[in-house]
Design a binder for this molecule. Structure first.
Ligand SMILES: [Zn+2]
Length: 210
C-alpha cells in the first residue's frame, strides 16, 4: 500500500470490501494517504482457506480432524491453532515424503501433529525411598505451579521436591507449571505439615519397585 501521488505508505482505510471469488478472497480497499490526503484504491488477493489434516493427541488418545488454514500461512512447531477440539499446540509438521520439519508453509504440509491445550496436565511424581521408588501419575490444572523445595503430600508420603524434570530440562531450583512438567522427584521428610496435597490428583500409581 503506497500512495501513488507522494509514495507514503501511511494510510487510513476508508472502505474495506471482501469479494468472495472461486478459490481466492479479494479485498478491495479504499485508502486515504496520511501524508498528502490523496484517496486511492488497492486490491489484495489471497488464496481461500483450505482444509488440512490435523492429528491431535490427548495423552494416549489421538483424534484426526481437519482444520481450515490459508495455504500460504507459515506454520511452526510450538505455534497454537484453534481447532474444532479447542486450542492445540503444533508438535510436528509432516511433509508428503514423511519427513518431519520445524516450520513449513501450510500448502507443503501433509499432516499437522499437535497436542491439546484443553486437557489437564499429566505428570509423574517419584518418591525416593532409599532404593525403592513410589511412582504416581497426577493430573492437575495446566497452570498449577510446583517449586523445588515445596513440601508435598501424596498418598501416605510427605516429601520435599528436589528435582523437576520438564519437557526441556531438569532443574533443581525455581518452579515450573504443570503444563511443561514431565516428572517431579521428591524425598520423604519427617514433617507433618506440607504446602499442598497432591493425593486428590492421582490418576494411577505403580507398586513399589526395586
Ligand atoms: Zn500521498
Amino acid at each position: 500500500m503506497v500512495c501513488p501521488v507522494c509514495g507514503s505508505d501511511d494510510a487510513i482505510v476508508l472502505k474495506n470490501k471482501l469479494i468472495d471469488a472461486k478459490s481466492k478472497e479479494i479485498r478491495e480497499l479504499l485508502l486515504k494517504c496520511g501524508e498528502c490526503g490523496s484517496v486511492y484504491k488497492e486490491r489484495l488477493t489471497q488464496d481461500k482457506p483450505k482444509p488440512f489434516r490435523l492429528i491431535i493427541s490427548e495423552h494416549e488418545d489421538t483424534h484426526k480432524v481437519s482444520i481450515d488454514l490459508y495455504p500460504d500461512e507459515e506454520l511452526r512447531v510450538g505455534d497454537f491453532l484453534m481447532s474444532e477440539l479447542g486450542e492445540v499446540k503444533i508438535t510436528s509438521l509432516e511433509l508428503p515424503d514423511e519427513k518431519r520439519v520445524q516450520k513449513a508453509i501450510a500448502s507443503e504440509v501433509k499432516t499437522i501433529w499437535a497436542s491439546s491445550e484443553e486437557i489437564p496436565a499429566r505428570f509423574g511424581v517419584s518418591i525416593d525411598l532409599h532404593g525403592k521408588v513410589a511412582s504416581f501419575k497426577c493430573e492437575t490444572d495446566r497452570d498449577f505451579k510446583i517449586a523445588v523445595d515445596d513440601i508435598i503430600k501424596i498418598d501416605k508420603y510427605v516429601a520435599r521436591v528436589h528435582v523437576i524434570k520438564t519437557e526441556e530440562r531438569k532443574t533443581t531450583k525455581g518452579y515450573a507449571k504443570a503444563r511443561v512438567i514431565k516428572r517431579v522427584y521428591a524425598k520423604p521428610v519427617k514433617f507433618n505439615h506440607f504446602d499442598y496435597d497432591l493425593s486428590k490428583f492421582i490418576v494411577s500409581f505403580k507398586p513399589l519397585n526395586k
